[in-house]
Design a protein around this ligand. Structure first.
Ligand code: HEC
Length: 147
């Protein structure tokens, strides 16, 4: 019996994933605090245009990688990946996702994109420096031919 119990227990991977889950929880808690404190225009855009898919219940319905605080792009050295996905969307539905990331190229002005991207950076990558030259990056990436 003991040998069987030991064998079955060896399939339990909780010990190895617990530190990762604790880090994920800490990142999400820090992000939630920053989001609650933020009242800028970026926050308004995020709450009205993005949160339905990226937060809470909707996140499970619509998003495959919904929690942006856990997304490496908001922590990256440059804003390019975040700006590109906002301008152009993600054309293929993500695996297991009921929806795709829409393109905001024709819906948000450069200034609004700067606002919402700054909001993502300040609230979801707490402790990271703001991206420099963000308005110039948004204008340059918008000017590129898009898929
Ligand atoms: C209709 C649902 C929906 C809405 C609305 C939406 N998103 Fe998304 N978003 C998604 C899905 C689904 C993905 C995952 C795409 C993939 O990985 O292929 C995604 C991906 C992203 C990513 C890239 C994540 C990565 O893996 O690189 C960013 C950044 C992002 N969204 C930001 C936003 C912002 C900011 C808004 C509001 C202006 C927004 N989204 C609105 C569904 C949505």
């Amino acid at each position: 019996m003991q040998a069987i119990a030991h064998y079955i227990a060896s399939f339990d991977t909780r010990q190895s994933t617990e530190p990762v889950q604790a880090r994920r929880q800490a990142v999400l808690a820090a992000a939630a605090t920053q989001q609650a404190l933020d009242a800028g225009e970026g926050a308004r855009i995020y709450n009205t245009a993005c949160a339905a898919c990226h937060e809470g219940e909707g996140a499970h319905l619509y998003g495959a990688r919904p929690q942006l605080a856990l997304n490496s792009n908001v922590w990256a050295k440059t804003p390019d990946n975040v700006v590109n996905v906002l301008l152009n969307g993600a054309p293929e539905p993500a695996h297991g996702s009921a929806n795709t990331m829409p393109a905001y190229r024709d819906l948000l002005s450069d200034r609004q994109i700067v606002e919402v991207v700054s909001y993502l950076r300040r609230t979801m990558a707490p402790g990271e420096k703001p991206w420099p030259n963000l308005p110039e990056r948004v204008a340059a990436l918008r000017a590129l031919a898009h898929p």
